[in-house]
Write a protein that binds this ligand. Structure first.
Ligand code: MSP
Length: 508
């Protein structure tokens, strides 16, 4: 089934965006663009998570009131969507009235269905994670008690609180995981969640009386709705269509592995209890370190995605992040590797190939496309056989497993094959047989067209510049249009390089 909505997590506004945030957004955007390329209608939802103790504390630290503080930082995340070149999307803030309404509606629904009761929470709380921890989930490090899972410092809390009856949903959740193996991806993360839920679930505290910056509990406003119940509801408030689906809603949540429990356990349990449809899929990616070190404010080593993009351009950054690590695994962000990847695979292997083919077409064929090779004949063609299969191969790795790096492997594979083919066939040296030369060049042109069409979700700007170079009209850039080679006589523009080299040219 098709995802009709793809979401990023909503970002905490206590800090400026770093490369980890950029990664989640780029991954979600690429998935959305892939589905659009297939002709499906898909929405992208992103936004900011603005309530709770962590944000209130950050505002106090900057001597600002929380509303103007969140307005300011939220705007930087909104600006980032443009810098990252996200396609059409909606941006939800948890401080918006449309969001507040949905949180209140969900809360009331949970109360009506008997899923919420009043009690007292006594236990540990980590402000950094906005999460509750039992004693056994914590330990002492350097004289401080911290959560084992995240290393975040915890504080003791004992206060009246509303609880959500999470423990009741254990078996229903396990049943859902078993019935829908694609629900949590990748596989390893799915197994972690299953083990955690099997071990048993405690009821969850879902309100705080010591927190004021948030949405008051409708019937008891001394309490503030727990920030994660508030934040997760963005997936409903930002996409009202959710409510219209019965059963499993066509929603894919792209998240980092650190927030898997909230998305794969708490969120589906809230939805089950409220009688609302569950998302189709939750996909958790790994974590980036930066030049071998944890990305953290205290280390002062956070590279701003804005600075990187200003230096290298958005597409090399998108390409590197999606290409470098198998989706789901951790990665180490190294600028030297970004340069290396972009220069080798984009500028040399693809860029030079395109420039070579287009220059020969210009010089030896007057910039006019030779006879087309009908799409039906591609499967018999030594070069085009793999180009023809590209969409199906990408669909296979992206649709369920969301394996961006494998999709790019397939594309790079076709580029490499075309490079071998051009060396073997040496079209520049075919002087006296223009028909044969035309056939060879047309095959190379088609391989480039297939590659450029399929690269659009990953590196939209460069792929579209390449399609311009190939004289592919705007309405012929979908997967379906791949089947219809441009006619003989199509006039190609004078060739221009599409990718610039990022690194300093090395001596031969
Ligand atoms: N506000 C919550 C999410 C609520 S969703 C209902 C949150 N925000 S966050 O700003 O801390 O993180 C947002 C996303 O960025 C998460 O998916 C997180 O995994 C991702 N990353 C933050 N640091 C990261 C790295 N160092 N590497 C990769 N992704 C990282 O959690």
């Amino acid at each position: 089934m098709t995802p009709k909505l793809v979401t990023t997590p909503i970002y905490y506004v206590n800090d400026r965006a770093h490369i980890g945030h950029a990664y989640t957004s780029i991954a979600a955007d690429t998935l959305v663009r892939w589905h659009r390329l297939r002709g499906e209608s898909v929405c992208l939802l992103t936004g900011t998570d603005e309530h709770g103790q962590k944000i209130a504390k950050a505002a106090v630290d900057r001597a600002q009131d929380p509303q103007s503080f969140t307005d300011e930082v939220s705007q930087t995340f909104r600006d980032l969507t443009r810098t990252l070149n996200l396609g059409p999307h909606d941006f939800i803030r948890t401080t918006e009235p449309r969001h507040r309404e949905q949180v209140i509606a969900l809360w009331n629904r949970l109360v009506e269905r008997g899923a919420i009761y009043l009690g007292t929470y006594s236990g540990w709380y980590a402000i950094r994670d906005e999460a509750f921890y039992s004693e056994s989930d914590t330990h002492i490090v350097d004289g401080k008690r911290v959560a084992k899972a995240s290393g975040a410092e915890v504080e003791w809390l004992s206060e009246p609180s509303y609880f959500f009856n999470l423990s009741k949903w254990r078996d229903r959740l396990l049943h859902h995981y078993a019935e829908h193996p694609e629900f949590i991806q990748p596989e390893g993360r799915r197994n972690e969640v299953i083990a955690l839920v099997k071990a048993g679930l405690d009821d969850l505290s879902v309100s705080r009386i010591s927190v004021k910056w948030g949405i008051p509990v409708p019937s008891d406003p001394k309490h503030t709705v727990y920030v994660w119940l508030d934040a997760l509801t963005n997936y409903i408030s930002g996409w009202p269509d959710w409510q219209r689906h019965n059963g499993s809603a066509p929603v894919t949540h792209i998240i980092g592995k650190d927030i898997l429990k909230f998305h794969a356990v708490f969120w589906p349990a809230f939805l089950l209890a409220a009688g609302l449809p569950l998302p189709r899929q939750i996909v958790a990616h790994g974590w980036w370190t930066q030049e071998g070190r944890k990305i953290s404010k205290s280390l002062g080593n956070t590279i701003s995605p804005l600075a990187l993009i200003e230096q290298y351009g958005v597409d090399p950054v998108r390409y590197y992040l999606l290409r470098e690590v198998p989706f789901g695994e951790d990665g180490d962000f190294k600028q030297a590797n970004l340069i290396q990847r972009a220069d080798t695979e984009l500028a040399n292997e693809l860029g030079n190939l395109a420039h070579r083919v287009l220059s020969i077409l210009q010089r030896q064929h007057g910039g006019v496309l030779p006879d087309p090779i009908p799409f039906d004949a591609w499967e018999e063609h030594p070069l085009l056989e793999n180009a023809e299969l590209l969409p199906a191969k990408i669909a296979y790795v992206l649709n369920n497993r969301v394996a961006f790096n494998e999709a790019l492997d397939e594309i790079v594979g076709v580029v490499r094959q075309a490079n071998q083919w051009i060396v073997q066939t040496a079209p520049w040296a075919i002087k006296d047989d223009p028909v044969k030369r035309g056939e060879v060049l047309r095959a190379l042109y088609e391989a480039l067209r297939a590659v450029a069409i399929c690269l659009q979700p990953f590196i939209p700007t460069s792929a579209s510049a390449l399609l311009d170079q190939l004289a592919v009209p705007g309405d012929a850039r979908t997967l379906a249009a791949l089947r219809e080679p441009p006619p003989k006589g199509t006039i190609l523009p004078p060739p221009q390089p599409v990718f610039r080299k990022l690194g300093v040219a090395k001596a031969a």
